[in-house]
Design a protein around this ligand. Structure first.
Ligand code: DAH
Length: 362
């Protein structure tokens, strides 16, 4: 059925009137008019039925209508938006980052030891076998090395000037020629390095660094951190070690926390000990509210190792064990920290997962 230009005008007017009566100018309503199958497109199809001579005018009328519709909806939407902004509302809080909990713990440990004259040092985290094992009284093939699940590095041969000179034992050991590089399995690699750096005692070192071992499960990560203390001077004995451990226990875990040392074996110390700290949750009693303390079960937490520096280690560092003695200790930052917080983290790997829901809590 053909359509006259007048009929088209009437339809346009009807559509415009209907538009005025629309109250809510939502996206849905906009779609009803301007969408693919909306009123406008349906109406625009009638152009085919208009007489050829009126087609031009019909086209213009439809264009005008389209502009009007578009203006109508865009005006209304922007007006609405302006109304919605309330400048008196408080702003959205900015996300403020903080140090990773393990970095916080390392800072705290550093401060505690610096207060009593230790110096924080850092040594390579990819180091020669010599510093990690051999200089620590663990010759090649020694079974004690098996305790450390080592990552070996495919590194070039060391330079030829690293040959051993018996009169200058501080120079690298012959085993280094063709020796391996490893990812440091413990911070004890810092012991001989510090002796070489200072040359003469007194030495009061705290070495905090990343360590690596081939193990990964709910209680281990392949990368973790340790801190290592080393004191070498004339007349250093076990009482100095015990006093230092007690000092750290009280400073880090709070007044009343005690340390305990139990006989053990390490190649690089003689005698050697395992170190425990009393549980600060139950005050070292092993009981809480009449029940077994859930956190420690026995009143004590085992944390790490310590001992009097083995004479062979002092010799490897160029220090005369007839004149000087020393003590050393070392253990994991992660464990030290999670004990402090009373945290029972089911899976230690969470610490390095980068999951903000977890990290924001610290
Ligand atoms: N390096 C040892 C480990 O990773 C811990 C240790 C034991 C460090 C005794 C020491 C020490 O300094 O004297 O298991």
């Amino acid at each position: 059925m053909p359509m006259t230009i007048d009929e088209l005008k009437q339809k346009i007017e009807a559509l415009t009137n209907e538009l005025q009566s629309q109250k809510a100018l939502t996206e849905t309503v906009k779609n009803q008019y301007l969408g693919k199958k909306g009123h406008f497109n349906i109406l625009a199809k009638v152009i085919a039925q208009i007489d050829n001579q009126d087609k031009k005018v019909a086209g213009q009328l439809l264009n005008e209508l389209k502009l009007k519709l578009e203006n109508h909806f865009s005006n209304t939407t922007s007006k609405k938006q302006t109304k919605q902004i309330d400048f008196t509302l408080p702003g959205l809080p900015q996300d403020v980052g903080h140090l990773h909990p393990i970095s916080q713990a390392m800072e705290e440990i550093t401060n505690i030891f610096e207060k009593v004259g230790f110096t924080r040092v850092r040594y390579p985290e990819v180091d020669w076998d010599w510093y990690v094992f051999e200089s620590l009284n663990m010759p090649p093939s020694h079974p004690a090395r098996d305790e450390w699940e080592t990552f070996f590095v495919d590194a070039p041969e060391p330079a030829h000037d690293l040959t051993y000179d018996a009169k200058e034992p501080r120079k690298r050991h012959p085993s280094l020629v063709g020796g391996k590089m490893v990812l440091t399995t413990h911070t004890s690699n810092g012991q001989v390095r510090e002796m070489e750096r200072l040359k003469n005692p007194p030495i009061r070192m705290i070495n905090i660094a990343k360590c690596y071992r081939r193990q990964q499960d709910a209680t281990h990560t392949q990368m973790f951190h340790q801190f290592e203390g080393l004191v070498v001077d004339k007349g250093i004995n076990i009482q100095h070690l015990k006093g230092t451990l007690d000092y750290f226990a009280e400073q880090f875990y709070g007044p009343g926390t005690k340390s305990r040392i139990r006989p053990f074996h390490f190649q690089f110390t003689e005698p050697s000990f395992e170190v425990d700290f009393s549980c600060h949750i139950c005050g070292g009693t092993g009981k809480k509210n009449g029940e077994k303390c859930k956190f420690c079960k026995s009143g004590w937490h085992e944390v790490g190792g310590a001992g009097m520096v083995h004479p062979n280690v002092l010799k490897a560092g160029g220090i005369d064990p007839e004149i000087y003695t020393g003590f050393a200790f070392g253990w994991g930052v992660e464990r030290t920290y999670t004990l402090k917080e009373g945290l029972n983290i089911d899976d230690i790997r969470l610490l390095y997962s980068g999951d903000l829901r977890f990290l924001r809590q610290f």
